[in-house]
Design a protein around this ligand. Structure first.
Ligand SMILES: [Zn+2]
Length: 433
C-alpha cells in the first residue's frame, strides 16, 4: 500500500503516515544490516569439501562453503590441538576426510561436526606444535572458503598461546548441552520406572569408523531409537535417550542425565574397531576400578577420551560424591549392574553374536553414577565384516533390540520377586506393575 493510495487522508495525516512508513522501512533495513534477522531467516552454511595446502613450510586447512560464517580458533594443550568454533555450519562431506593424514607435517588429523545447537566445531590434532597464523573466510565466485593457516612453532610458544587463549573469555556462549525433551518430574509423576539409553558419541565426536565410512555415532543412535520404541511398547517402563539427535554430549552430562531422570537402569550403547578383523560379537561392560583384561582397559581408555575428541579441556570425570554412606549404595548398584549384564548376555545369545569373552569390566567414566545400575554394551566391531552387516541391518536391529528389551523386563521381574516387603520402595529398583 502506498501513501498515494490514501487520497482521503488530510495532509497532516499523510505526513504522519509517510513518516511512520519511512521509519518502519529504516528500522527493517537497520535490523538487516545488524544481522538481527539472519538467524531466523538464513539457512546454515554448508561445508562441501576440504583440503590441505602447503607453502613455504606453512599449511592451510581449507573448507569450501556455500556461504560465509563467523569463526574463532584457539590452541588447546594435552594433546596439542587447534579448536575452531563456527556459528552454524552443516558438514556435508566424507566424515573420514580428516582421518590419518600422512602427507602433512603439521596436521595429524582433523574432525568436524555439530558441537551444540547452532554451533559447529573443527578440531585439528597436531602432528607437532603449530601457531595459528590466520583464520579467515574469503568469498569466492561460487561461495566462500574457510581458511586456517598454520606455521610450525616450538612447544613453549604453543603452551604460552594455549594458556593466553584459556585466560581469554570466549566470545561464544558457554557450552550448555541441549535440554532433553522429556521432563524428569513429569516422568516420575507418571509412576513408571525410567530406563535411560545413552547412544555414545555424537556431533563432532564420531566415535569408531567402519571401512566404508560407517560411523559409530549413527549406528548406536539408530539402535537406541529402536530400543526406545521396544521398551516403551512393553508398557512397563519409560525409555529416555541422553541425546536426541546428532549432537555432542560430554560424558559427565550423560551420567547427570541418568541421575536427573532417577533412572532405574542406564545403558550406554557403543561399537568398536580393532586391528584384527576376525574379532567379532557384542561385549557387556560394567564398572570396575581395575580393568578385567587388557582389551577392556583399551576400550575404556578410548571411550573416556570422547570429551577430548570434541575439544573439551581436561579429563572427563563423573561427579563424585565422597560420602561413606554412599559406599553401600555403590556396592548394591554394582551388584545390580553385574546381574543385569548376566541377564543381557543370556538373552543376547539368541539375537546376535557374542564376543568370546562377553563379560568384562573397566573404569568407564560414563558408568560412574553411584546409585544407577549401569552397563555399557559394545554392539560389535565395525572392523568385522560380519558385525558390520549385522549392525547396519534394520532386521538385526529389531531382533537385538527386542532381546534387550526382554532382558530389561526379566531383570526387573527377578529383582521384584527377590525383594522383601518394603524393599521395593527404593525408586532405583522398581517393580513393573
Ligand atoms: Zn564408543
Amino acid at each position: 500500500m502506498s501513501v498515494d493510495s490514501l487520497p482521503l487522508l488530510n495532509s497532516a495525516a499523510r505526513r504522519f503516515y509517510t513518516c511512520a512508513l519511512l521509519c518502519a522501512m529504516a528500522a527493517v533495513s537497520l535490523a538487516l544490516d545488524l544481522g538481527l534477522f539472519s538467524s531466523a531467516l538464513a539457512k546454515p552454511a554448508i561445508a562441501l569439501g576440504s583440503r590441505i595446502e602447503s607453502e613455504n613450510g606453512q599449511e592451510r586447512l581449507i573448507f569450501d562453503l556455500t556461504a560465509p560464517v563467523k569463526i574463532s580458533a584457539r590452541p588447546l594443550l594435552d594433546p596439542d590441538r587447534i579448536v575452531v568454533d563456527i556459528a552454524d555450519l552443516e558438514f556435508r562431506l566424507d566424515p573420514s576426510a580428516g582421518r590419518s593424514i600422512n602427507f602433512s607435517k603439521l596436521i595429524k588429523s582433523f574432525r568436524f561436526g555439530l558441537f551444540a545447537p547452532g554451533r559447529s566445531r573443527i578440531i585439528i590434532d597436531l602432528a607437532r606444535p603449530a601457531a595459528i597464523v590466520a583464520t579467515r573466510v574469503d568469498r569466492t565466485k561460487d561461495g566462500s572458503r574457510l581458511i586456517i593457516e598454520l606455521a610450525p612453532t616450538d612447544a613453549a610458544h604453543f603452551a604460552s598461546a594455549a594458556s593466553t587463549a584459556a585466560a581469554t573469555p570466549p566470545d561464544s556462549p558457554p557450552d550448555t548441552p541441549p535440554p532433553l525433551s522429556s521432563n524428569p518430574a513429569s516422568l516420575r509423576a507418571a509412576g513408571k520406572a525410567v530406563i535411560v539409553i545413552d547412544p555414545g558419541h555424537g556431533g563432532v565426536d564420531i566415535g569408531a569408523l567402519g571401512k566404508h565410512g560407517e560411523q559409530e555415532k549413527t549406528i548406536v543412535f539408530e539402535f537406541a531409537r529402536v530400543l526406545q520404541t521396544k521398551i516403551e511398547a512393553e508398557g512397563l517402563f519409560h525409555a529416555v535417550l541422553t541425546r536426541e539427535g546428532d549432537i555432542f554430549l560430554p560424558l559427565a552430562e550423560r551420567v547427570r542425565r541418568a541421575r536427573e531422570n532417577n533412572a532405574a537402569l542406564f545403558l550406554s550403547i557403543h561399537a568398536d574397531t580393532l586391528g584384527a578383523p576376525s574379532v567379532e560379537g557384542a561385549t557387556v561392560y560394567t564398572l570396575s576400578a581395575r580393568a578385567s583384561d587388557a582389551e577392556a582397559a583399551r576400550i575404556a581408555e578410548k571411550e573416556n577420551l570422547a570429551d577430548q575428541a570434541a575439544g573439551l579441556e581436561g579429563k572427563a570425570e563423573a561427579e563424585e560424591v565422597d560420602d561413606i554412606l554412599l559406599e553401600l549404595t555403590r556396592r548394591e548398584t554394582h551388584a545390580y549392574s553385574r546381574e543385569f549384564s548376566k541377564t543381557l548376555i543370556s538373552k543376547w545369545k539368541d539375537a546376535g553374536s557374542l564376543n568370546k569373552n562377553p563379560t568384562r569390566s573397566a573404569g568407564f567414566v560414563v558408568l560412574k553414577a553411584q546409585d544407577v545400575p549401569s552397563v555399557l554394551l559394545e554392539l560389535g566391531y565395525l572392523s568385522s565384516e560380519k558385525d558390520l552387516s549385522r549392525l547396519t541391518s534394520p532386521q538385526w536391529r529389531e531382533q537385538a533390540a527386542t532381546k534387550l528389551a526382554e532382558a530389561i523386563k526379566v531383570f526387573f521381574q527377578t529383582r521384584s520377586n527377590a525383594s522383601q516387603p518394603g524393599e521395593g520402595e527404593r525408586a532405583k529398583v522398581p517393580r513393573p506393575e
